[in-house]
Design a binder for this molecule. Structure first.
Ligand SMILES: Cc1ncc(COP(=O)(O)O)c(C=O)c1O
Length: 370
């Protein structure tokens, strides 16, 4: 007896990696870029209130959520599509615009989900080379376009590197990219940059009907588990994306929570300020320990210990996890020496840095020999 043959192999491609925290009394997760500040005001009450109607189907068109987002950002709700996290919308773009044999292009060391979207479709994931310091090279991206390119993904700021492309460069990319190719501006970390900068992405989408902007409630709004995101696109593109999303993709509690959260821009400003403060402190501490640190514009730091022994980063992650601090190594991104650490409560981060200092001290003889 044989099993059905899958089109997709059993190869594990996942953004979330399992870690062994056994032995730790308390676990602080600094590995998923969640917000330590918690949900926006009113979110928990909105979820509780809407849970009373859990026996009813929610609005499949997310009408109130879209209208509220539209009002907040001055966007036409008919051009907004809501998703089960923004992840669903990245996948939807792939399913609408690419097929096996097509190419999906993105800068090297981009968010892993972009390669996963291509993999699920049997499309080819193409990575464009970066400039020094993990900075996206728009010219290299444009030079990597071929007749098979159907979708270009750009995460801005990017995960895992944290680097941001200046909006003038993003605008140039949109201008110079052939208009039959979809350009997805994945703005999952947009709340951590200046709101006027973040709003430029919408203006770019207004000028170019092939541009799709995605946003999420998972990060600064503190709603990772609710699974709510949205896309802003040309009206025809929005219709196409609506056709492939799940009908009940955003549950009623998530819709209610997102609708309340979007009005809390004062809170988001506070999240931005506190995150920037924590990031500066963490990056300074890491530099003090001898780490090379990439300038991050998001809610995490990205760093490596130069000349550490191969495998040091993974071993360090494993040892910290057993002491209750989950940070992320990046071998699945092809960056095995690099660590990604979410910004969090100052006391927790100080403790994580102290544990890292011990690891660095143990690695120092090797680093000195190099
Ligand atoms: C760059 C980027 N885009 C999109 C997402 C997906 O977020 P969600 O599906 O929770 O909206 C993430 C999550 O970490 C991310 O880092």
């Amino acid at each position: 007896m044989s099993l059905p043959v899958p089109y997709l192999s059993a190869r594990t491609l996942t953004v979330v990696k399992p870690v062994d925290t056994s032995g730790a009394e308390r676990v602080v997760n600094l590995g998923l870029n969640e917000s330590w500040i918690g949900p926006a005001p009113g979110v928990v009450d909105a979820i509780r209130d809407s849970a009373v109607s859990v026996h009813r189907y929610a609005d499949p068109g997310c009408g109130v959520m879209r209208a509220t987002i539209g009002r907040e950002f001055g966007l036409d709700p008919a051009r907004i599509v809501c998703g089960n996290g923004s992840e669903e919308l990245l996948d939807a773009v792939g399913r609408v615009y690419a097929r096996a044999g097509d190419e999906i292009l993105f800068p090297a060391y981009s968010f892993l989900q972009f390669a996963i979207v291509a993999y699920r479709l049997g499309a080819t994931a193409v990575e464009a080379p970066l400039g020094p310091g993990f900075v996206v090279d728009v010219d290299a991206l444009l030079a990597s376009v071929t007749p098979r390119t159907r979708v270009v993904f750009l995460a801005n700021p990017n995960n895992p590197t944290g680097t941001a492309v200046p909006m003038e460069e993003v605008a140039r990319l949109a201008r110079e990219l052939p208009s039959h190719i979809v350009l997805v501006l994945d703005c999952a970390y947009a709340e951590y940059v200046d709101p006027s900068e973040a709003a430029v992405a919408f203006a770019i989408a207004d000028r170019h009907p092939n541009v799709v902007v995605t946003r999420t409630f998972s990060k600064a709004y503190g709603m990772a588990s609710a699974r709510a995101g949205w896309a802003y696109a040309h009206a025809d593109v929005a219709v196409a994306l609506n056709n492939v999303r799940g009908i009940g993709n955003v549950n009623g509690m998530a819709q209610a929570a997102a609708t309340v959260a979007i009005g809390e821009q004062g809170f988001i400003g506070e999240v931005r300020r506190r995150t920037a403060e924590g990031r500066l402190r963490l990056e300074t501490q890491l530099r003090g320990l001898g780490f090379e640190v990439v300038d991050s514009a998001a809610n995490f730091a990205f760093a490596r210990l130069p000349a550490a022994e191969p495998g040091w980063a993974q071993a360090t992650v494993a040892r910290l996890a057993r002491q209750g601090f989950v940070i992320r190594s990046n071998e699945d991104y092809g960056l095995p020496e690099w660590l990604r650490i979410s910004i969090a409560d100052r006391t927790d981060l100080d403790r994580a840095v102290a544990l890292l200092a011990v690891e660095v001290a143990a690695a120092a003889p090797v680093a000195r020999r190099a």
